[in-house]
Write a protein that binds this ligand. Structure first.
Ligand code: S3P
Length: 463
């Protein structure tokens, strides 16, 4: 069950601590973890996964795949940590779930699973928490309806293509060629996953590249998938349907989106020199690190290698003086989840940081433009909100004042707001009070423990 749905809010004040030092490892990549479970559940035979993110969002995916027939189990810790074993049912053999699928806070679970259900002859109702129930599902309803699936909103629901929704899938579904109207890996993946059990060729045309984990992993599981890149960068992805997936052994690399909070914290806190091991650096995900380097951040890649078909390195991050920049909107899809913490870096930089092209941030777990504007202002930063971004005038390394006595940042059930403002607290005079830390467990359950460890490492003499 999702902690934010079942317990009382857990406020916390994050205050300046010692420098971040030593070596840490962040949990597995959320996007890859979701897909490991989904594809494992559709393969015939046993898939083994190490490094799986054991966050609430991924557990929502696991519970849903179990409800549709897969067996998914966590084996006790082995040499490389816990191993998850997934016995799949095979493409085309998902079972009708007996109860509504509770997606908790997870947009990725919802949209990708809608793709899977759409081309099976089963009916599933999707429900979620208050944050998820506000998020637009029209973007997947549109292509999946073209494939023949049928969506009905609950009479008591929010309407306008929002949860709760009941989806009646169809087999055989109709293969489509779909040009993405928004740069969204979730929409792309929903169509491709629906295409797995659809006769013929399903095509997705992607004018702006988004994270490509689905393409890499579908190929890894043995699906016939091709990607053509036109001279203008448009990608055409074609998948041959009625695929047979072969079980895989997967090692999930560390999540760059989780590493991001520690990278920014180490850049901001004087004296920090931190190594974050095993960080996924897929180019469709890693743009934040380039932007921070352009701002003057010292971020070194050590031991670049391949883990589970993804580029990975250890990142050594040292405290740095940052300078504001205008962020090129072309990089937005490759760091779409990292803007909240980039805003925190910008608030401590010298000069102005200008971000544009961030409309998609308004439909994440919260409206991340408005919510971060309010949060940073409460902590004493100088921020201006525009229709598609924030303009931030940084302090030039002076700590932020912090949130006033009796006031707390509103996180709106958004894990990345909570973690970003925790990082702001480390770089503040009086600390930053966050109204609720429970949402952190959706993507990064060990965040607070790791933060305590990294800031204590020096005092303890640990390297
Ligand atoms: C994700 C895609 C992104 C991202 C989300 C995970 C995925 O969403 O924000 O955290 O795993 O495909 P959009 O596709 O809505 O941009």
């Amino acid at each position: 069950m999702h902690s934010a749905a079942t317990s009382a809010p857990r406020p916390r004040r994050f205050t300046a601590a010692g420098p971040l030092t030593g070596r840490i490892r962040v949990p597995g990549d959320k996007s890859i973890s979701h897909r490991s479970i989904m594809l494992g559940a559709l393969a015939v035979g046993r898939t083994r996964v190490t490094g799986l993110l054991e966050g609430e969002d991924v557990m929502s995916t696991a519970a849903a795949m179990r409800a549709m027939g897969a067996s998914i189990e966590r084996l006790p810790d082995g040499a490389s940590g816990p191993e998850w074993v997934i016995d799949g049912v095979g493409v085309g053999s998902l079972l009708q779930p007996k109860q509504a699928l509770d997606m908790g806070n997870s947009g990725t679970s919802t949209r990708l699973l809608m793709g899977l259900v759409a081309s099976h002859a089963i009916t599933a109702t999707f429900i979620g928490d208050a944050s998820l129930s506000k998020r637009p599902m029209g973007r997947v309803i549109e292509p999946l309806s073209q494939m023949g699936a049928d969506f009905t909103a609950a009479p008591s629901g929010n309407g306008g293509g929002r949860l709760p929704l009941t989806l009646r899938g169809i087999a055989p579904a109709v293969p489509i060629s779909y040009r993405l109207p928004v740069a969204s890996a979730q929409v792309k993946s929903a169509v491709l996953l629906a295409g797995l059990n659809t006769p013929g060729i399903t095509t997705v045309i992607e004018p702006v590249p988004t994270r490509d984990h689905s393409e890499r992993m579908l190929k890894g599981f043995g699906a016939q998938l091709s990607v053509d890149v036109a001279p203008d960068g448009t990608r055409t992805i074609q998948l041959v349907g009625e695929a047979e997936l072969r079980p895989q052994t997967i090692e999930v690399p560390g999540d760059p989106s989780s590493a991001a909070f520690f990278v920014v914290a180490a850049l901001l806190v004087p004296g920090s020199d931190l190594v974050i091991e095993n960080v996924g650096l897929n180019p469709t995900r890693a743009a934040l690190f380039g932007v921070l380097r352009d701002m003057g951040g010292q971020i070194e890649e050590l031991d670049r290698r391949n883990v589970g078909g993804e580029p990975v390195a250890d990142l050594r991050v040292r405290h740095s003086a940052l300078t504001g920049i205008a962020v090129d909107p072309a990089v937005v899809p490759s760091m779409v989840d990292e803007f909240p913490v980039l805003f925190v870096a910008a608030a401590l930089a010298s000069g102005r940081t200008l971000t544009t092209g961030l409309e998609e941030l308004r439909v994440k777990e919260s409206d991340r433009i408005a919510v971060m504007r309010a949060a940073l202002e409460l902590a004493g930063a100088t921020v201006t909100e525009t229709a598609d971004g924030l303009i931030i005038d940084g302090t030039g390394a002076e700590p932020l004042p912090g949130t006033p006595e009796g006031a707390a940042v509103s996180t709106h059930l958004d894990h990345r707001i909570a973690m970003s403002m925790a990082v702001a607290g480390l770089a503040s005079r009086s600390g930053v009070e966050v109204d609720d830390t429970r949402p952190i467990a959706t993507s990064f359950p060990v965040f607070e423990a790791l933060l305590a460890r990294a800031s204590r490492a020096e005092a303890d003499g640990a390297a």
